[in-house]
Write a new protein. Sequence first.
Length: 373
Amino acid sequence: MSADLPTIPGNGIRTFVALLVNTAVANVSTSFMWFGLTFWIYIETRNVLSTALIGAALMLFVALTSMFFGTLVDRYRKKPVMAWGTGIALVIFVADAVFFFAVGADAIADLSRPWFWIFAVVMLAGAVIEQLRSIAMSTAVTLLVPDARHANANGAVGAVEGLSMLVTSVLSGLAIGFLGMGWTLVIGISAVAIAFCHLLLLRIDEPRIVRTEGDAAPTGWVDLRGGWRAVRAADGLLFLIFFSMLNNFIGGVYMALIPAVEAAEQTVIQRVVPYRQQGRVFGFARMFEAAAAPVTSLMIGPLAEFLVIPYMRTDAGQAKWAWLLGEGDSRGIALIFVVGGFLAVVLALGAMLMPQYRSIVRQYARAAPPAHS
């Protein structure tokens, strides 16, 4: 089955590049504030469990909202969806910053009082809504980029998402260390505002989706059934989503792992799933993949806080693992990363031996790219 792609506009690649840069700025800004919150609360409390809860909460709510976001992407044109998502997130971030400065950093840093949790939940809402544009961005590749270059475009999108987390983990740490949480919010919100204004000025030539008789239009605001039908229509696609979900179990350890896996998955979906259904399929996939990370994060947080880190501080732990992990202060976290990386390699090798993997490869090869007029 072909993906029934829309006509690629003449300036499609240029528009895609502009949209990719815009997405990079928005993602970096959002991650910058979210990582800043994580670093700030760890510095204030020295509690790994609290950071695990923060990271798990983000991915859990992404999982809960992904099908709703995917349905929105299929119902409406992509630019308005992205603009509304970014605009609403910007308003939420501004409101949260006003709350932070009104209550004060010292009061918010006290976990025994409700102010931190209010501050964190509001920022969580902004970060979750910003995820709407990630689903829209995946379908925008189908809209703006010729099929032969989908893999390259998805690699660029995956690199932007992965690098935004890696880069902001450094930038957020520096901002929190030298400027504090208040200035981190100001910088992050300013960058989101710039991305929002640029997005409003960006023109995307997107045709109105015309549905034929028997076409699976979105039913309701959370079309889980439509997403499931579209996934099951492509033999082996469910396995690919399941593999990405298992990959995100390891991602729950790192919270910034393996963009190549996401790029490969998106390239397959864009080839074998009709364009008018891709939002729900990407939402369906993100729902399961995001649900995996908080499970691992909630497991790793207590394990690290109460078992691994204390063990690596003992003389026996230091003597046993010094040959591999050195003698720094973060040997407990390093040990968890080593184990997680080993499991990721084993998972990838095992997946390549599965018959479902060969099935989706054959189907991708058979789905001839439709000609763009």
